[in-house]
Ligand binder design. Structure first.
Ligand code: PAF
Length: 293
């Protein structure tokens, strides 16, 4: 599908008009566009998204925008790592055609106050949404805005942000965006720790502690696979284990893949958790298939 990636530095385009001029040209040539929205500070997990985009379309656009709308008051918006030139260097061998890096004034020219919002109710208020006021509303608003600007054929997101992916799929479905949403499995360190831009805030000792999150997800998955269905007890044991390891878990929940509560007939599960370690908030999830082959 994709043309051979060139090792050229992707041009950085900061204005919507400039981006649109380029997109029109590509569309005229019949090229399909795959889009990877990011907040930058790119790691190997992001590069896996880009590689998937590259496989699926002739043109790849990556956006970098640290979206203030999705940070609740008191969160790490100001401290969020920003590294545009280093990010561009990481993207260079990946064959990215364009790096869209708008300013806040370019994306929200009338300001944040009174901005039109896109909200997926229900799904946005639970799990991470219960702990991060307005977070998913900020995500769906910026992603729908970016979809309108880029008009991609395909958009690629990480499964690490399981709830975000579920919400974006729902939004795309409800609003009839002509975009195929593709999820890419979570990239992990050898210890199991899910790659995240926020891992940059962790000390070496904290990285060791943080790997406990994936171990507890695996432990809960084993319990489900062994036939245990005392869901509340499994969740409670995991919360205790995380606390004992020095983390401050916000939730550890076993759900169905659509994020509804499991029932007696449930065979496919997703286990989701969020925990603070010092000032860093970490999330992870694991899907479990208990259906007999
Ligand atoms: O997953 C992220 O990095 C962000 O939530 C996204 C999708 C780029 C929206 O700002």
């Amino acid at each position: 599908m994709s043309s051979t990636p060139s090792a050229a530095e992707p041009p950085i385009v900061a204005d919507i008009a400039g981006l649109r001029r380029q997109l029109v040209e590509w569309r005229r040539s019949g090229d399909r566009i795959a889009f990877v929205p990011t907040m930058g500070s790119l790691h190997d997990g992001h590069l896996a998204l880009v590689a998937e985009a590259r496989r699926r379309a002739e043109r790849v656009v990556v956006s970098i925008f640290v979206n203030p709308l999705q940070f609740a008051a008191g969160e790490d918006f100001a401290a969020y790592p920003r590294s545009l030139e280093a990010d561009r260097a990481r993207l260079t061998p990946m064959g990215v055609d364009l790096l869209f890096a708008p300013s806040e004034a370019e994306l929200y020219p009338s300001g944040r106050e009174g901005l039109t919002q896109v909200i997926v109710p229900g799904l946005s208020g639970q799990l991470c949404g219960a702990w991060r006021d307005g977070h998913f509303e900020g995500v769906t608003t910026v992603v729908s805005l970016l979809f309108h600007i880029v008009q991609p054929d395909i958009a690629v997101f990480g499964e690490k942000d399981y709830q975000q992916l579920a919400i974006i799929r729902r939004m795309v479905n409800d609003l009839h965006f002509p975009v195929e949403v593709v999820g890419v499995p979570t990239a992990r360190e050898a210890s199991g720790l899910a790659l995240s831009s926020r891992n940059a805030f962790l000390s070496a000792a904290q990285r060791g502690q943080a790997s406990r999150i994936y171990r507890e997800l695996q432990e809960a998955a084993r319990a489900l696979q062994a036939g245990r269905r005392d869901i509340a007890r499994i969740e409670e044991q995991a919360l205790q284990a995380l606390k004992t390891a020095g983390l401050e878990p916000q939730f550890f929940e076993i759900r169905q893949p659509d994020l509804s509560a499991p029932d007696d007939a449930t065979q496919q599960f997703v286990i989701l958790t969020a925990a603070r370690l010092g000032s860093t908030r970490l999330i992870d999830n694991l899907s479990v298939n208990c259906a007999k082959a």
